[in-house]
Ligand binder design. Structure first.
Ligand SMILES: [Zn+2]
Ligand SMILES: [Zn+2]
Length: 762
């Protein structure tokens, strides 16, 4: 019998609003310990009393137990001995009402297995109830109006709990103890079915009715967790095409929602890591290889061998999928690139003509959050679009924020980021800041997150691009210090921050375009950087972008610039199939623009090289969304091809310059000789990987074996990232993005960290 003792255990991380205290209570009770657990401003504090050996085992379970609530993330656990106290039992203390809002609002959590079995059980009072939730699951961030996170601060304040729900909410040992959105059919939100014109459609079973319409080919607008979604039968080409037509979305892939992991395996080849990601409490869209026998409509992702799959994340989805019996397209409820609709009346107005049927309900959404998008790269989960399920989870920052910092993000795929204390909080994916509606959403989301965190930014960091609306927003704020941060420095800093690196690092930042300190478009950069400073060690030979932004939507223009440069004006333009698809007059005009430098700014972006090679090899003159051609080039590459082309790294200028002209000539000759595009594409990827490995090795010879980070939108390309990783490891440690997007969705974090580091030196 060991001596009676006590422990005070402090846990920090995402431990509030995720069912952590009830779980601690059960574990303590099972171990016959006494004491208490409470939420406080830092996280959760436990005081436990009992035999020393049992206390040690308890601490061990708190740190390692696999049965810990799925959504809980423990960042730190500290245990210290305290004197034994003869407490009567183990209890959950009420939270301090003065709780500081510093404690994070939890992210939205996918339905847990316990709730799923309740809604499937005809004897349960929540049988088929689409708003079932508990402390381990349900909406959180998207229904909060103000901090601290409490029922009255959420849109559930409008629903008075019935006696049974109240009893669950008040009972410390109940799974619904302090489950803020707790609800049941007697007291909670209800569905409301509407026809295409908005008229009420009384139905005995709303979701069965919606499922029937979907099977008949209809498009149904559904109010999901962070906003409306548009659903249709994913196996019907006609339905999917109709949705494309009405949404004005030509070719951008649609995500497909299924009910179970077996359903996901029927449409995609899934690795263990991909299955884990699909089943995670965040329930993101996972990009995975589509099965040849998936049965999905071809129109879901034309020309794309991947499919974005996600599992149901709310009981409503689960019930709908069960009734429909087919996988469903589940795409953002918006028209083209506007913000997703969150409000009932807005849905009836803005999605009129798009949806044939509306499934509304009366639980309001405060903050929109799109479905998050992820991909497994080099065996690790990488978040490509960070929104529902991940936001507002904080990222521990290696740079302390002595003043509150706001990073305003970039122009495309915008997110913003607050930094305070030792934490950075990225806001939800906002989208491209080029419409008034998106910009208003951006301003609103920044203000709301500032309220949740109870902070006012003292330093505002922005991109150097003067025309980004995020830059204009920053410069338009009164009474704050503003700091411009170079785009690729911000990329590299964001990768450093998420891996806790203090720098210096060698950072490869590859993307389409980012404003350089010299006013030109960078995007094929090797930097040596810490948070405060960077030096540009190398870049890619620039390409002309005839027509500026038009060249991005019409990559044949960049392809023309690429081969014109490589063949010194003697390019075999007439022989290349791509250019036969362009009117001769247009070719002449664009060639003249290139030669005279008229409206043909030079750009160093690796993304532009991908666009140009893709257009050339695949004979694709136009892109209907950003990154499309680069993505198809990646998809086309033969995985078994090992050869590469020649290249040069010119080390005389500073920065060094990567010269791919020999590779371009070789690829064009092979193309004209009838070599399959799959092999040429693979060789181009191999060439870019080899040149990147050479660059980093050469830099490491001068700078030492620093950690390496890979950042920028091009590292969504798994083949490129994985080849560079293989080439550099184990000689150097290489970090890919994981919790923060490699593309411009991660930039705000880097901006905030750079600004904090610079401010410390002021
Ligand atoms: Zn639950
Ligand atoms: Zn109730």
């Amino acid at each position: 019998m060991s001596a009676l003792s006590g422990r005070r255990i402090r846990l920090q991380g995402t431990v509030q609003g995720v069912g952590f205290r009830p779980w601690v209570y059960r574990v303590a009770r099972d171990a016959a310990l006494t004491g208490r657990v409470r939420n406080d401003s830092g996280g959760v504090t436990i005081e436990a009393f009992g035999p020393a050996a049992a206390l040690d085992a308890f601490v061990d379970r708190l740190s390692h137990d696999a049965a810990r609530p799925a959504a809980a993330v423990v960042d730190s656990l500290e245990a210290e001995p305290i004197a034994f106290e003869d407490a009567p039992a183990f209890s959950i203390d009420r939270s301090e009402t003065t709780e500081h809002p510093r404690v994070s609002i939890p992210p939205d959590l996918a339905t847990c297995p316990d709730c799923l079995s309740e809604i499937a059980d005809p004897a349960d009072r929540r049988y088929r109830y689409p708003f079932t939730n508990c402390t381990a699951c349900g909406p959180r961030f998207t229904i909060v109006r103000s901090a601290p996170y409490d029922r009255l601060a959420t849109t559930m304040a409008a629903f008075a709990m019935c006696p049974e729900c109240r009893r669950e909410y008040d009972a410390v040992s109940d799974r619904r103890f302090h489950a803020q959105p707790n609800a049941c059919p007697a007291c909670g939100p209800r569905l409301d079915l509407r026809a295409a014109d908005g008229d009420p459609l009384p139905a005995a079973d709303t979701l069965a009715e919606a499922a029937r319409a979907i099977r008949d080919g209809a498009i149904v607008a559904i109010k999901g967790i962070g906003g409306f979604q548009l659903a249709c039968d994913a196996t019907s080409d006609a339905a999917v095409r109709r949705l494309r037509g009405r949404k004005h979305r030509d070719e951008k892939p649609f995500a497909v929602m299924v009910r179970t992991i077996a359903g996901a395996e029927a449409i995609a080849e899934l690795s263990a890591a991909e299955k884990t990601l699909l089943l995670s409490a965040e329930r993101p869209i996972v990009l995975a290889a589509r099965r040849a026998d998936s049965g999905l409509a071809l129109a879901i992702a034309p020309g794309n061998p991947l499919v974005g799959v996600l599992l149901a994340n709310a009981p409503l989805h689960d019930l709908l999928l069960e009734a429909a019996g087919v996988p469903l397209v589940m795409t953002s409820g918006n028209v083209s690139e506007e913000p997703i609709v969150v409000d009932n009346n807005d849905a009836l107005f803005r999605l009129r003509g798009v949806a044939d049927l509306f499934v509304l309900h009366d639980r309001d959404i405060v903050t929109r959050a799109d479905d998050s998008v992820t991909r497994v790269i080099a065996g690790r989960p990488v978040v490509l679009r960070r929104a529902r399920g991940y936001v507002p989870r904080a990222i521990a920052s290696p740079v302390p924020f002595e003043a509150t910092v706001l990073g305003c993000g970039a122009q495309l795929k915008n997110t913003f980021c607050y930094g305070r204390g030792r934490e950075a909080v990225l806001g939800p994916h906002i989208g491209d800041l080029d419409s008034v509606r998106v910009f208003r959403d951006y301003e609103g989301a920044i203000a709301r997150m500032g309220q949740f965190l109870d902070v006012t930014p003292e330093i505002v960091a922005h991109d150097l691009h003067p025309d980004y609306l995020s830059t204009r927003y920053a410069l338009g704020l009164n009474g704050t210090v503003t700091l411009g941060v170079q785009h690729h420095h911000a990329h590299v800093a964001s990768a450093m921050a998420e891996h806790g690196l203090r720098g210096p690092v060698l950072g490869l930042a590859y993307d389409g375009t980012g404003y350089g300190t010299d006013g030109t478009a960078w995007g094929g950069e090797l930097l040596i950087a810490d948070y405060a400073e960077f030096t540009r060690l190398a870049t890619f030979r620039p390409l002309a972008l005839p027509g500026g932004d038009m060249a991005i939507r019409q990559p044949w223009r960049v392809a023309l610039a690429l081969i014109d440069d490589a063949f010194k004006g003697e390019a075999p333009i007439d022989a290349v199939p791509l250019f036969r698809r362009i009117a001769p007059g247009d070719l002449d005009v664009v060639l003249r623009m290139i030669h005279r430098g008229l409206n043909a700014p030079l750009a160093h972006g690796v993304g532009r090289y991908f666009d140009a090679f893709g257009a050339l090899l695949l004979g694709r003159p136009y892109a209907s969304y950003e990154g499309q051609i680069a993505f198809e080039l990646d998809a086309a590459a033969d995985p078994d091809e090992r050869r590469r082309y020649d290249y040069r790294i010119d080390q005389t200028p500073s920065p060094w310059q990567v010269d791919l002209r020999a590779a371009v000539r070789a690829a064009v000759f092979e193309l004209l000789g009838g070599e399959p595009a799959a092999r040429i594409s693979a060789r181009i990827h191999n060439t870019l990987a080899a040149v990147s490995v050479d660059l980093v090795r050469a830099a490491a010879r001068g700078a030492g074996r620093l950690p390496v980070v890979l950042s920028g939108g091009c590292f969504q390309n798994a083949r490129l990232a994985e080849s560079i990783l293989r080439g550099l490891e184990p000689e150097l440690t290489v970090h890919l993005h994981e919790r923060v997007p490699p593309g411009d969705g991660g930039i705000a974090l880097g901006q905030a960290c750079v600004a904090a580091a610079r401010a410390r030196r002021l």
